[in-house]
Ligand binder design. Structure first.
Ligand SMILES: NC(=O)c1ccc[n+]([C@@H]2O[C@H](COP(=O)([O-])OP(=O)(O)OC[C@H]3O[C@@H](n4cnc5c(N)ncnc54)[C@H](OP(=O)(O)O)[C@@H]3O)[C@@H](O)[C@H]2O)c1
Length: 288
């Protein structure tokens, strides 16, 4: 009869955890990858070993510049490359074009980071209908159709043991009511982020059997072009940082690290989850 200790030791030795966070050879697509959170993630994905990272956003020059910066990183794997594929994610025809362009360089995709998003600030009484629709379209509808159109490439090499990953950028704005109210209220943005977090759960159940895991991140404030206006409304970076339990706002490595983790073997059984990246701000909202 065994005391179990020998068995446990043998099992631990059989497991190879040395590359559990590595993404060697993986192919990734990052929407809204030309700057901000998308660029931080793309940088993390490449440095974790991805062989190809496709950068997409509306502006061709911005995508090219981002790729040039990524391709100049000193610690990339041999042959690893960032490839610019500009497209407007708010248009289905452009999403289809994006999939076709990506398909010219690869026969499969392992990681899709659906991150492109927009916001709009206006008061309740005059909140414009076209802005509301624009935000919902890009932040929710386009996320769904980007995933739908990429599904064949995501499924192409995915297996139960090595599933593909879809990662969606939500926001703490889709969980709590913390955004600016008054003249720059972000009603459509908050609603869109709540919707996309629930879409994540639905897709996790739909796509899990197709060997695709779907998760979301919900960042708090990260300085970026989109966030700068709202950070200003709240009194600036320093004031906001002080109001966080950990005394700071988000930094590039916070996004890169979480994205790499959720796309790695280490998160191979995480599906339909939402990772909040806000230093504990949201749960401390009621603190005196
Ligand atoms: N920063 C924060 O504090 C924060 C917090 C929570 C969630 N988020 C979310 O994080 C995501 C990225 O935001 P960010 O802060 O990194 O903003 P950002 O720096 O302004 O970047 C936005 C990115 O999306 C692209 N984009 C915008 N509209 C697009 C469209 N129609 N089609 C394709 N690409 C488009 C932009 O490039 P082009 O202009 O070239 O299209 C850019 O690459 C968004 O979903 C946002 O809601 C941000």
């Amino acid at each position: 009869m065994s005391d179990g200790l020998g068995d446990a030791k043998a099992q631990a030795q059989l497991k190879d955890f040395t590359n559990i966070f590595r993404l060697d050879g993986k192919v990734a697509v990052v929407t809204g990858g030309s700057r901000g959170l998308g660029l931080h993630a793309a940088s993390g994905l490449l440095q974790a070993g991805c062989s190809k990272v496709f950068i997409t956003s509306r502006k061709s020059d911005a995508c090219k510049e981002a790729c040039a910066a990524l391709n100049a990183l000193p610690n990339l794997s041999p042959g690893a490359v960032a490839i610019s594929v500009p497209a407007d994610s708010s248009k289905i025809s452009e999403i289809e074009k994006l999939v076709r362009e990506v398909g010219k360089h690869t026969d499969h995709v392992d990681i899709l980071f659906a991150n492109a998003g927009a916001t709009w600030g206006a008061d309740f009484d005059s909140h414009p209908e076209n802005a509301f629709s624009k935000v919902m379209d890009l932040n929710v509808k386009s996320v769904f159709y980007t995933i739908q159109k990429f599904a064949p490439l995501l499924e192409a090499k995915a297996t139960q043991e090595d599933p593909s990953r879809v990662l969606i950028t939500g926001s703490v704005a889709g969980i709590g009511v913390g955004t600016v109210l008054g003249p720059n209220s972000t009603f459509s943005y908050s609603a869109s982020k709540a919707a996309v977090l629930h879409l994540t759960r639905n897709l996790a159940v739909e796509l899990g059997p197709r060997n695709i895991l779907t998760n979301a991140i919900a960042p708090g404030f990260f300085p970026s072009k989109m966030a700068s206006g709202m950070i200003g409304e709240y009194g600036g970076i320093e004031k906001l940082a002080k109001s966080n339990p950990n005394g700071r706002l988000g930094q590039p490595e916070d996004i890169a690290g979480t994205v790499v983790f959720l796309c790695s073997r280490a998160a191979g059984h995480v599906n339909g989850d939402i990772t909040v990246i806000d230093g504990g701000k949201m749960i401390s909202a009621g603190r005196l």
